[in-house]
Design a protein around this ligand. Sequence first.
Ligand code: AMP
Ligand code: GLY
Length: 438
Amino acid sequence: MKILVVGSGGREHALCWKIAQSKKITKLYCAPGNGGISEIAECIDIGAGDIPSLLNFAKKNSIDITVVGPETALVNGIVDSFEKEGLKVFGPDRKTAMLEGSKIFAKKTMVRFGLPTADFKAFDSADCAKLFIKKKSAPLVIKADGLCAGKGVIVACTEEEALSAVDSFMVDKEFGSAGEKIIIEDCLVGEEVSIILVSDGKDFILLPSSQDHKRALDNDQGLNTGGMGAYSPAPVINEILETKIRDKIIRPLIEGLYKEQAPYKGILYVGLMIVNNEPYVLEFNVRFGDPETQVILPRLKSDLVGIIEASLDGNIKEIRLEIDKRACLCVVCASGGYPGHYKKNLPIDGLNMALKMNGVMVFHAGTKLTQYLPAGQAGGANNTQYETDGGRVLGVTSIAASIKDAVDRVYEAISMISFNGMQYRKDIGFKALERIKS
Ligand code: AMP
Ligand code: GLY
């Protein structure tokens, strides 16, 4: 079977790593991929957003299944384009992908199916939004309606912060048309957890729970990012809570969409806030999480390709997942300045040494493999060097007997890795350790 993975981040490296282990695979491509992915898949120089070229490539190379990583391609209808040509592609169509493509659409869907979520109001005028803020009291959460690469949400602790978020989205148009409409919602206080599921439109299976760390700095300070680290399982989830999440959120959503003849097929990521042991939906993403995938897939013993096929064939009910009981933790090493401006093309050192550690994996995100001639060897042997090529650069990951062991190994591995300006959170997993202690 020939598989094409679309995307270039740490999530796609983890997807390629897991798919490459399947006995069903004869050839694995990734478009466009990154430095690390190029070691396990043939990287194709087509951007993840270039749907016509991806389609052309899949047709010409008789790709059996295309697995889509990033949301933009899904929201722009990659699934509709491929299916029209009779090609198998894993993900939701354009219509259901709006669960991530529009926060207003997502909130309306939550309300329609009675899913627990924070109260909200939608606005298309900055003046009305500001009046509303002045009547309400902070903290409030301001969200741009459209896609903003995980950066379109401001948790405003004061009225001033809330007003300036409205200005940056609607007046200064920081995210272009994605911020023309916004929602303002009540701030929920609790513990976050991500539940990722695979649906075939009618039925679903839950993958292991995980917890992301969205803020840039330790102690959940600083700006929201794409995600600075994750671990799985999330100890906040117990059996009772999982049943509530299934019964109050996932089943009503999947069944409701099926009844509305808009069945949800593919991966659905449900971002939750647990408040007093009750789950509330923060957001939907219509794809694997990044860096959640980097900690979920190492724990998945079952064949991912078999799961994807079952979803495409409407047989997800038949799948019995095998999960590794050990814990997995990933810490993202990011470029200095991320999620703001950062430099690229900086050499990355120490990767080989880190990879020698037992139970340590490094999933590449913003990296590229550059060829260079060592000094004094004009025309001599070629050499390669990994260089930085994005905001989130590496996901240093460990699977170990406990979260504590995984934390220790990841931070030891990171101490061996360096690039100019490298920044990372020093507290990934600490909340889990506190919870386990108490
Ligand atoms: P979203 O993209 O909607 O998940 O928002 C990104 C992040 O903002 C979430 O992971 C939370 O950390 C935070 N957030 C979003 N909505 C709320 C809310 N209603 N209350 C508190 N924090 C929130
Ligand atoms: N880690 C958050 C996301 O993938 O959206």
